[in-house]
Design a protein around this ligand. Structure first.
Ligand SMILES: [Zn+2]
Ligand SMILES: [Zn+2]
Length: 420
């Protein structure tokens, strides 16, 4: 076949999609308990939204966005992340009106032109949540707790929480200057980091190149340069985590790549996905984002979780994977000719209305081949319809597990299937 899926995208097929559905259902149930409402923003946004929010110096804006040049008016892009669209919608729809806190979550695809590799795609999917309207560290700890419960519910083990503070506009610039002076004097940095040293020195801290590690380990820590307010905030955040028994490691290198983060940043990581993509989810506080979008001041805190990575983790959990077989028909209708097909057709319809999974084959198979198919699908009951059944109105229902046959009137089939 000549037409193939686009590089870096993937189909989610029956047999795998059940795991996705399970994750999404558990997420919706849990997030509702914490007061989050679902928001669905468009996949297309004005390119400007991401230039302003993420910052022009980020990899995402510089080289990873799928942008459609405008013939007239403004360029639009496929969204590379979920926070900026949510904040854009929050401002545009005045979701702040009347209530203190606004809690929103989303589930959906994001798009980045990255080099595809296992577990990393150009169309990937995220679950994310945003709390708007509070700068209290307690709400941050509440989000950590919610994520812990979610991962626990899903059976994800061995995830570690890393936390840091990236300061605020009153303390970070001084630290960045110190960092930059140190970095510009270093000769052992990778080419990317030499560029970053000039344009966005903070980003050097999350360089994954082994050669940069020794240099980074010896750089001054941002935690030694926080203002009093940022220090207090970070201390309170950790006190709340202690209070609810969520363990964490303080990781001064954790700055996240995006310009809009202030104060608390965090990641949840696992060693089970290999060294280059150990982050399962991450996020932080972005109090200045609303103003970057020319909105009124609005404190915000949120995270994004990579669904592909989560699915990859969970499908290695054999027990769980075994639970996600495609569903077995409760009753399979086999038929001899076009007349009995019509009867089977209406019987199947009636049973489906009663909530039963009734299967009908349209492959033009012989009766014997239909029986083989019923077996292969793991059908629990089979009902063969011929002229006798239509004439007498009595249907013979065979339980596949032990071969027992029961003759029943039409109206009694569903109860029989249910009770077995
Ligand atoms: Zn500060
Ligand atoms: Zn580097």
């Amino acid at each position: 076949m000549n037409v193939r899926s686009v590089r870096g995208t993937h189909d989610i097929l029956p047999g795998s999609v059940e795991l996705w559905q399970e994750i999404e259902e558990k997420t919706r149930l849990l997030f509702r308990r914490y007061g989050y409402g679902e928001i669905r923003t468009p996949v297309l946004e004005e390119t400007n939204l991401f230039c302003r929010s993420l910052g022009l110096e980020t990899d995402i804006v510089q080289k990873e966005m799928y942008t459609i040049p405008a013939r007239r008016g403004r360029d639009i892009s496929l969204r590379p992340e979920g926070t900026a669209p949510v904040v854009r919608s929050y401002l545009e729809n005045h979701l702040n009106r009347g209530s203190g806190l606004t809690k929103l979550y989303y589930v959906g695809p994001m798009f980045r032109r990255e080099r595809p590799q296992k577990g990393r795609y150009r169309q990937f999917h995220q679950i994310g949540a945003e709390v708007l309207g509070s700068d209290h560290p307690g709400i941050e700890a509440e989000v950590m707790e919610m994520l812990h419960v979610l991962l626990d519910d899903l059976g994800v083990r061995g995830v570690r929480l890393l936390v840091n503070s990236v300061g605020c506009p009153s303390c970070r610039p001084a630290y960045v200057r110190i960092l930059q002076e140190r970095l510009l004097a270093e000769s052992d940095l990778c080419a990317d980091c030499r560029k970053r040293s000039r344009r966005n020195p903070l980003r050097v801290l999350d360089c994954k190149q082994a050669s940069c590690s020794p240099v980074i380990d010896n750089l001054p820590s941002i935690l030694d340069h926080l203002c009093r307010e940022c220090r207090d905030h970070f201390r309170r955040f950790r006190e709340f985590l202690d209070l609810i028994g969520v363990s964490y490691s303080v990781t001064p290198r954790l700055v996240r790549g995006l310009d809009y983060y202030v104060r608390t940043t965090f990641e949840m990581v696992t060693d089970r996905l290999g060294p280059t993509q150990n982050a399962l989810l991450g996020g932080g506080r972005y109090d200045g984002l609303s103003e970057l979008l020319e909105g009124p001041p609005a404190q915000g805190f949120g995270f994004g979780l990579g669904l592909e990575r989560l699915v990859l983790l969970l499908s290695r959990n054999d027990q769980l994977a075994a639970g996600y077989r495609s569903p077995r028909p409760e009753i399979f209708f086999a038929y001899l000719n076009e007349d009995s097909l019509e009867k089977a057709f209406t019987l199947a319809r009636d049973l489906r209305r009663e909530g039963i999974f009734a299967y009908l084959d349209f492959g033009g198979r012989s009766l014997r081949a239909q029986m083989r198919l019923a077996n292969r699908l793991g059908s629990r009951f089979v009902c063969v319809i011929g002229d006798d059944e239509i004439r007498t109105g009595l249907y013979s229902i065979k339980r596949m597990a032990d071969g027992t046959q029961t003759r029943l009137q039409q109206g009694r089939i569903s109860r029989h299937v249910r009770s077995a």
